[in-house]
Write a protein that binds this ligand. Structure first.
Ligand SMILES: NC(=O)c1ccc[n+]([C@@H]2O[C@H](COP(=O)([O-])OP(=O)(O)OC[C@H]3O[C@@H](n4cnc5c(N)ncnc54)[C@H](O)[C@@H]3O)[C@@H](O)[C@H]2O)c1
Length: 417
């Protein structure tokens, strides 16, 4: 916008430039400004803010645009530098101040997991719309209360499951819903990373049961559960096997971020949640589910995939190769080269056209976050819930809890929904 107006001015005035406003995007008089309070200034604060910045450019007809109002972080220095770097007008080290600020419409929660419940409940009580990262809460009871409070207050909510908006996932959903794949017989999904494979990495909040909830299963497995339930419906029974393979890690100290190291002489503290999780499950329609989550999967820096097997064919999607899905349809194999077909994703698939006018470009996490925020803003304009809502977030936490119960008991467990 700035670039365009500067050049338009140059053309009109025969050279020279004029100041353009701080507007980050094209807006019109009818565009509704939604003022955002971001709670937390860590890794995901950056991703969300990049997406807010891109939103009006990607979705110019949306009718709503973000205003980065206030950033809150418990750490003064992080709050101040975060606000400056990310472009927020104000900062505070008291999240309650930000949440109850009358100049705020949307509360965006990117804190460690244990704070999601408290911040979201206060935001809902203050009548704010809420964007909350996953997993929605530490317990299913809290997550359900969050969903019920939001529904009763009539505020819009969205949970940061990120990948549900990928055009490849949207295509798979369409192939299931329109019957192309036939009856869904089984779904398998995995999210394996090696970000935590180094045992010398410090014991941050991610390894504490009370602060993170589950480990690999809650952190990244929750994405797979959200995908499975979005595609196949509710998971009703599970058999979980949760394992901690690095039982102790050195105490963390100082400011922490991904890749930071603990002091060489730091005392070792227990890891309180799972590094590797395998979950077998059943969907309401009887279909079989396999979910794998690992945060110590050496050699797999970022490996998220889902595969659906139906009575008429199968389809496979990998976030690493998110420009395509692999599709097999029984009876439609080409005679000469039978097997799967690569469907290259393009402007005809889901929200792809917002990003590129030609097919084959991989969409990454920051871009998917823009789709998520678009969903929230559209829901706010329409007075509805966004997708995926706090209800979807709560239903994932029920699966997490059932898997943990099952792992402890060594037996199948029903999932409450
Ligand atoms: N959707 C995704 O793909 C994705 C990816 C990574 C993380 N996440 C989720 O995002 C959330 C944040 O993760 P992160 O990696 O950004 O964490 P992080 O540890 O990098 O950042 C958390 C921030 O919260 C701040 N904080 C802690 N206590 C606070 C308080 N009382 N008030 C205000 N701020 C406080 C910390 O100082 C820190 O700056 C988590 O729920 C995580 O599960 C989602």
């Amino acid at each position: 916008m700035c670039w365009n107006s500067r050049h338009a001015d140059q053309a009109a005035n025969g050279g020279g430039t004029k100041e353009c406003s701080m507007t980050i995007s094209p807006t019109t008089d009818t565009t509704r400004r939604l003022r955002v309070a971001l709670i937390g200034a860590g890794l995901m604060a950056k991703s969300h803010t990049l997406a807010y910045g891109a939103l009006p450019t990607l979705f110019p007809a949306l009718g709503a645009a973000p205003e980065l109002s206030v950033l809150a972080d418990v750490d003064d220095a992080r709050a101040e530098s975060g606000a400056r770097q990310l472009g927020f007008s104000r900062w505070t080290s008291d999240w309650r101040e930000a949440v109850n600020d009358p100049e705020v419409d949307v509360v965006d929660i990117v804190t460690p997991n244990w704070l999601h419940y408290e911040v979201a409940m206060e935001a809902i009580a203050a009548g704010k719309h809420v964007y909350c990262e996953k997993p929605l809460a530490i317990t299913a009871k809290e997550a359900r209360a969050m969903w019920e409070a939001a529904r009763e207050a009539g505020v819009s909510t969205v949970v940061g499951f990120s990948y549900l908006g990928n055009p490849g996932v949207q295509l798979i959903k369409r192939l299931i819903d329109d019957g192309t794949l036939g009856d869904v017989w089984s779904i398998k999904g995995h999210f394996v990373v090696d970000a935590n494979a180094d045992p010398s990495l410090p014991r941050t909040w991610h390894y504490e049961r009370s602060k993170a909830g589950l480990g690999a299963l809650g952190d990244i497995g929750s994405h797979v559960i959200s995908l499975v339930q979005a595609l196949g419906g509710p998971i009703t029974r599970v058999f979980g096997d949760l394992a901690t393979v690095v039982p102790q890690r050195p105490e963390a100290s100082g400011a922490l971020s991904y890749g930071s190291k603990a002091a060489a002489d730091a005392p070792l503290l227990p890891v309180e949640n799972d590094d590797v999780a395998t979950v077998l499950g059943r969907l309401a329609n009887g279909a079989s589910v396999v979910i794998e989550a690992s945060r110590v999967g050496n050699g797999h820096p970022f490996d998220l995939g889902v595969e659906v097997f139906g009575s008429k064919g199968s389809v496979r999607f990998s976030q690493q190769d998110s420009y395509k899905v692999e599709l097999f349809l029984r009876g439609e194999e080409p005679a000469v080269f039978p097997g799967t077909t690569t469907v290259t994703l393009g402007p005809g698939h889901g929200d792809y056209a917002a990003f590129w006018p030609f097919p084959g470009v991989t969409l990454g996490l920051h871009e998917l976050k823009a789709i998520e925020i678009r969903n929230l803003f559209q829901a706010i304009l329409d007075g509805t819930q966004a997708y995926p809502s706090f209800e979807d977030g709560w239903r994932v936490t029920e699966v997490l809890e059932a898997a943990e119960r099952s792992s402890r008991a060594g037996a199948w467990e029903n999932v409450s929904h």
